[in-house]
Write a protein that binds this ligand. Structure first.
Ligand code: KDG
Ligand code: MG
Length: 405
C-alpha cells in the first residue's frame, strides 16, 4: 500500500540569500525535501506551489513520481517556463527523497546505481587583474579543486558581474528593492579575455581545468572571435557566449572554433534545448536539476544528450540550495554522460539551515549514502532568516542600452 501525500508546505528562508524549500510529508510521516529556489523570483514559485500545486497533491500516492510529474506538466494548460518548472522540480526532488527514505537507499541506487566512483567538480575564482586571479585560482587549487571557473575585471569598468576586487567575498545577488546597475564594455572585454586567460594558463600549467563564463553578453560574431582567441588556453568549456534562446546562432560560433561550448542554465525543459543537443551545437548542457523539472526530467535530457555525445555539466551556483546539489550528484553518480558539477559554495549561514551529507574530496564530489537525497532542513533555523528582496545586478552599455543577461 503506497504512502499518501499528507501535507505540502513551503518554507522561504534567507540565510545570506533567499531559498525556497518544499516539504512534502506522507501519511506515514516520511518527509521529503525539494528545492524551489528561483533567484530574484523566489516568491513567484512559492506562491505557485502553495496556492496551485500543493492542494492538488494531497491524497495522491507519493511513489507515483512519474505520474505526478506528468500531472503537473501535461495536466496544466500553461507549460514550461522557469516558475512552472522550478515548482515541478521541487515536487520531483521531494518525492525521490521520500522514495529513497522509504526504501532506505540513496537516490542514486534507485536510478540504476553508480556508474562512477566520484564526480568532478568545479568552483569559482575571481580576480580583478591577473595577479589577483592567480591568487584566487591557487587558493581554489589548495582546497583541492581540479577545475576552476576564472572570471576577471575589465579595464575601464568599475564592476564586472561575478568578479571581486581584492579579497572581498563574492555575493552575486545584492539585497534591496531593485537590481544594482553596472556598465559593460564588450570591446574592452574581448581585448582583456585572451590576455588574462593566456597568462593564467601559463601560470597554472596544463593540468588544471579552466572554465570561463561570458554570461550571454556577446553576439555570434563576437562570440566566435572570443572562442577562437581562447583556443591556446585549452578551456574545459566556454559558457553562455550568446543569449541562450538564440540557439541556432550557436552554429555560427561553432563553425569558427574548436573551444568546447556550454550553455543551458536558463533552459527549463528538453523542449527548450533538443535542437541544440541533436545538432550538437554544444558540448555540455547546463540545465540545473531543480530548474528543469527535477531528477525525472534531467535524466531524460541526459539520456537524449547521450545519443549525441553531449555531456551534462549542471548549474550549481549559491542560488540553488544544497538540496539541488545533492539531487544533481545522485544523477551524476548514476548517469554515464555526466561530466562535471558546478559547486560555487555557500556562505556560513547556509549550513545552519541545510545539513548535507554529500562530500568533497580531492576535487571530486560524492552524494553520500544516506537514504534519499541526504539533505535535511532545520525549520527552526530557517525561520530565523526571513525573506529579503535581493536581485542580481543588471548591465548597460556605455550609452545606456540594456545588455542581455
Ligand atoms: O541566478 C543566476 C546565477 O546563478 C548565475 O549568474 C551564475 O552564471 C552563473 C553560473 O554559471 O554559476
Ligand atoms: Mg553561468
Amino acid at each position: 500500500m503506497s504512502q499518501l501525500i499528507d501535507a505540502v508546505d513551503v518554507i522561504v528562508t534567507s540565510p545570506s540569500r533567499n531559498y525556497v524549500v518544499l516539504k512534502i510529508t506522507t501519511s506515514d510521516g516520511v518527509v521529503g525535501w525539494g528545492d524551489a529556489t528561483l533567484n530574484g523570483r523566489e516568491l513567484a514559485v512559492a506562491s505557485y506551489l502553495r496556492d496551485h500545486v500543493g492542494p492538488t497533491l494531497v491524497g495522491k500516492a507519493a511513489d507515483r513520481i512519474e505520474d505526478i510529474w506528468q500531472y503537473l506538466y501535461r495536466g496544466v494548460y500553461w507549460r514550461r517556463g522557469p516558475v512552472t518548472m522550478a515548482a515541478i522540480g521541487a515536487v520531483d526532488l521531494a518525492l525521490w527523497d521520500i522514495l529513497g527514505k522509504t526504501l532506505g537507499v540513496p537516490v542514486h541506487r534507485l536510478l540504476g546505481g553508480a556508474v562512477r566512483d566520484r564526480i568532478l567538480s568545479y568552483t569559482h575564482a575571481t580576480g580583478w587583474d591577473l595577479p589577483e586571479l592567480i591568487d584566487s585560482v591557487e587558493a581554489r587549487r589548495d582546497q583541492g579543486f581540479r577545475a576552476v571557473r576564472a572570471q576577471f575585471g575589465v579595464p575601464g569598468l568599475d564592476k564586472v558581474y561575478g568578479v571581486t576586487r581584492g579579497a572581498a567575498s563574492y555575493e552575486p545577488a545584492g539585497r534591496g528593492v531593485g537590481p544594482a546597475e553596472e556598465t559593460w564594455d564588450t570591446p574592452a572585454y574581448l581585448r582583456q579575455a585572451p590576455t588574462i586567460l593566456t597568462g593564467l594558463r601559463e601560470h597554472v600549467g596544463p593540468d588544471l581545468h579552466l572554465l570561463h563564463d561570458a554570461h550571454h553578453r556577446l553576439n555570434p560574431t563576437e562570440a566566435g572571435r572570443l572562442a577562437r582567441s581562447l583556443e591556446p588556453v585549452d578551456l574545459y568549456w566556454l559558457e553562455d557566449v550568446i543569449p541562450a534562446e538564440n540557439q541556432h546562432l550557436l552554429r555560427a560560433v561553432r563553425d569558427k572554433t574548436t573551444t568546447p561550448l556550454a550553455i543551458g542554465e536558463v533552459f527549463n525543459t528538453i523542449w527548450d534545448c533538443h535542437e541544440l543537443i541533436s545538432e550538437r551545437l554544444v558540448d555540455y548542457i547546463r540545465t540545473a536539476v531543480s530548474h528543469v523539472g527535477g531528477i525525472s526530467h534531467l535524466r531524460k535530457i541526459l539520456a537524449f544528450a547521450e545519443v549525441y555525445q553531449v555531456k551534462g555539466g549542471p548549474h550549481g551556483p549559491s542560488d540553488v540550495s544544497p538540496i539541488s546539489i545533492a539531487a544533481s550528484l545522485h544523477v551524476g553518480l548514476a548517469t554515464t554522460n555526466f561530466a562535471i558539477q558546478e559547486l560555487m559554495g555557500y556562505g556560513p549561514l547556509v549550513s545552519e539551515v541545510f545539513q548535507a551529507s554529500y562530500r568533497f574530496d580531492d576535487g571530486y564530489l560524492h552524494p553520500g549514502d544516506a537514504p534519499g537525497l541526504g539533505v535535511t532542513v532545520d525549520e527552526q533555523a530557517a525561520a530565523r532568516f526571513p525573506y529579503e528582496q535581493a536581485y542580481l545586478p543588471i548591465a548597460r552599455d556605455r550609452d545606456g542600452t540594456m545588455k542581455d543577461w
